[in-house]
Design a protein around this ligand. Structure first.
Ligand code: PLP
Length: 444
């Protein structure tokens, strides 16, 4: 296996982790195999603004930003100061903190469908909480879903059924090992934006569906009419419509994808960008959907820790004060234009497309294996030039026009290497191991 001397310490640490940490990392997407293993850094020691420094001492411009969780920029001084002040006043009280109520009020003010609020410490956990409330509120067990919703049993049970498109596991690449087999049939997948599939499933499982659980958008512009129809079907069949905005929320609008699209769900799951790098998740929704949670046992010691609460309040206020909606549009559109210009300049068959908050680079290659190798080669060449990026990019408010310009130059150079590799001799250029997707989500 090739190891660039520049990431020697990262790869040595990863080898140690492989011995003592099952799964190697805590988030599957942080595995070395998700990038250009042997060339991309695996461990960081500090981060600030749009950059991080790895444990070998290399600086990288970051286009992944903790999988979207860093939204203002790494180590944001305003959020960090609020957290530091809070630490000195107490990070977790015996009794409640009124920050809990202040954040709930802020969420209700900004998110169109929010009337009631509960907290968690992360996205998957918040999804599990939303599933519990939907089941408790409707008295039904089954959930129809598309998209990715975390690691908990309620969702991973889907992998006892088949993906409606590929026939493989719905969360492709993840076997349901350790998930109770008795949950088989309780989480039922459907294809993103396939309304007739949803209709059929609702008729097939009449009066049994608690919730329709979707990511309203991800990398592509959402289809408003599809979401309007989904809401109508949820009403007709007495189930709760849940938007998982863990990844799509915040950048597109502080009120989330629902504000941008103009369709409101009964419940919404929030996490990641809500708190700019401090653990936090939330479920918000209508009184009708959430009030029955008064009678359900949903309780945990750290859900009301002051750090996540103050980080969220400060992050949301910063987003509003810095006019984030407009800024993300400017940054995203400029990034798409710049990389597409680099594509045109080099004359490579590729394009950057999708919604400006999550642009995706695609090489026009039919052969699956070659396509994956070329994606890896792109990640490798960008990493060699000090840019840490997969083929889908997440910006922060700290990314500047200069950062975009640097990215465009590095992309053009990387595309030239890819052109040479495509003319023959891929092995000569591709030093890293081919990247592997930890899982595939059923959403575009
Ligand atoms: C839409 C969506 N839901 C849930 C999750 C899980 O969130 P977490 O990793 O914080 O548990 C993710 C994470 O990527 C996500 O994108």
């Amino acid at each position: 296996m090739y190891i660039d001397p520049k990431v020697k310490k990262s790869m040595e640490t990863y080898a140690r982790a492989s011995e003592i940490i099952p799964g190697k990392t805590q988030l599957a997407s942080r595995r070395a195999s998700s990038y250009a293993s042997g060339v991309s850094p695996v461990y960081a020691k500090s981060s600030s603004g749009a950059r991080f420094i790895d444990i070998d001492g290399n600086t990288f411009l970051d286009w992944k930003n903790a999988y979207g969780a860093i939204i203002l920029g790494h180590s944001n001084p305003v959020v960090n100061q609020a957290v530091k002040t809070q630490i000195d006043q107490g990070s977790l009280f015996t009794i409640n903190s009124d920050l809990e109520v202040a954040l709930a009020e802020l969420l209700i003010e900004n998110i169109p469908s929010a009337e009631m609020v509960r907290y968690t410490k992360g996205g998957g956990e918040a999804c599990a909480l939303a599933a519990r409330i939907a089941r408790g509120t409707t008295g039904r067990d089954k959930i129809l879903f598309s998209g990715y919703h975390g690691w908990h049993d309620w969702y991973q049970a889907a992998n006892y059924l088949a993906d409606p498109i590929t026939g493989g596991y719905p969360v492709t690449g993840v076997e349901p090992i350790g998930v109770p087999k008795s949950l088989k049939g309780t989480a039922i997948p459907f294809a993103h934006e396939d309304i007739s599939m949803v209709k059929n499933l609702l008729n097939q499982h009449k009066n049994e569906i608690a919730a329709i659980f979707v990511e309203p958008m991800m990398s592509q512009e959402p289809d408003k009419e599809y979401l309007v129809q989904l809401k109508k079907l949820a009403r007709e069949h007495g189930c709760i419509l849940i938007f998982d905005e863990v990844s799509c929320g915040w950048r597109i609008a502080v009120g989330g994808a629902q504000e941008y699209i103009g369709v409101t769900p009964d419940m919404t799951v929030l996490a990641k960008g809500i708190s700019n790098g401090y653990a936090m998740g939330a479920v918000v929704g209508s009184v009708a959907a959430m009030e029955p949670a008064n009678h359900m046992f949903i309780s945990s010691s750290y859900w009301s820790d002051n750090i996540g609460l103050i980080a969220s309040i400060t992050t949301i206020n910063e987003l509003i004060n810095r006019n984030s909606k407009e800024k993300f549009k400017q940054i995203g559109e400029s990034l798409i234009k710049t990389i597409n210009n680099a594509i045109d300049e080099v004359g490579i068959a590729a394009k950057v497309e999708g919604v400006y908050t999550y642009p995706t680079l695609q090489f026009m290659i039919d052969d699956q294996e070659l396509s994956q190798n070329i994606n890896t080669l792109f990640i490798q060449e960008m990493a060699k030039r000090g840019i840490f990026t997969p083929t889908s990019l997440n910006a922060t408010l700290d990314h500047t026009e200069k950062d975009i310009e640097i990215t465009g130059i590095a992309a053009a150079e990387s595309f030239r290497v890819i052109m040479k590799a495509l003319e023959g001799d891929l092995d000569k250029y591709l030093l890293a191991d081919t990247k592997k997707e930890p899982f595939r989500r059923i959403v575009n």
